[in-house]
Ligand binder design. Structure first.
Ligand SMILES: Nc1ncnc2c1ncn2[C@@H]1O[C@H](COP(=O)(O)OP(=O)(O)OP(=O)(O)O)[C@@H](O)[C@H]1O
Length: 233
């Protein structure tokens, strides 16, 4: 399933005025494609991810996962779609200190009613896929920053999402760990056929992604940004 954003505008109320955070943004990300969105501070990167995740409703425009326009769904249905189809990787892994790597992956599923014995095999497989075979019993304080980010990515894949949204995953990492994390994202994007959007202010990893667009003052440029998603690629 593709992620398609069509003619998105987002304005935040700002006293008597308003701030335009996204200005006529159109984007199409195909299954198995890793797209990087780069831009300076305040350019609209977080707003773009929040709209793509259905966390913020655009002022105008549509956001579709497959054929479903998440921006038009009632809130509860949008939340359900997000939980089932969209994985979000935040900059800070926010792991729980007392849980092992495997348990970090199981906890959300457990809260949704799936007992740990039913999710254990999937969790271990995903940890192996992200290069943490043999470290699944470790708690966060015994993992490096890059390894914690790997757990974060594996956790986002637990619900087998169709779309993966990743916010500044390399911000706290050195160059080698950052490169490894972006290469891992490219690998899991292809392996699990997800449509992945990587938002970053870092331009040093762009040779590892399939496509790159820039954002500035809420407008996209580069790649096929701004093209009609119905006709692009
Ligand atoms: N809640 C809000 N209310 C009003 N304006 C906002 C709000 N959130 C963001 N903005 C404004 O919208 C624009 C885009 O902000 P956004 O956070 O999306 O940028 P960003 O590229 O993610 O920045 P950074 O890299 O610093 O996180 C900025 O001008 C910002 O000041």
């Amino acid at each position: 399933m593709s992620l398609t954003m069509n003619e998105i505008n987002l304005t935040y109320p700002d006293g008597d005025l308003s701030t335009t955070a996204l200005d006529d943004v159109s984007l199409d990300v195909r299954p198995g494609e890793l797209l990087a969105v780069t831009g300076p501070s305040g350019s609209g990167k977080s707003s773009l991810l929040a709209v793509a995740a259905g966390l913020l409703r655009p002022t105008t425009g549509s956001v579709s996962v497959g054929d479903t326009d998440i921006a038009r769904l009632p809130r509860s249905a949008a939340t359900r779609l997000r939980l089932e189809r969209i994985g979000v990787v935040f900059q800070q892994p926010n792991l729980i200190g007392s849980l092992t790597a495997t348990e970090q992956l199981q906890v959300t599923q457990h809260m949704r009613g799936r007992p740990p014995r039913k999710t254990r095999d999937t969790a271990v497989q995903l940890l192996t896929a992200v290069g943490l075979a043999g470290k699944q019993h470790r708690r966060p304080h015994r993992l490096s920053g890059g390894e914690r980010q790997r757990v974060n990515i594996a956790r986002a894949l637990m619900s087998r999402p169709k779309v993966l949204l990743v916010d500044e995953p390399t911000a706290a990492l050195d160059h080698v760990s950052g490169t490894n994390v972006v290469e891992l994202l490219a690998d899991v994007t292809g392996r699990y056929e997800v449509a992945t959007v990587l938002v970053t202010h870092d331009t040093e990893y762009l040779d590892r992604v399939d496509r790159h667009v820039s954002i500035r003052d809420g407008k996209l440029t580069g790649g096929d940004a701004g093209a009609n998603p119905a006709t692009s690629g």
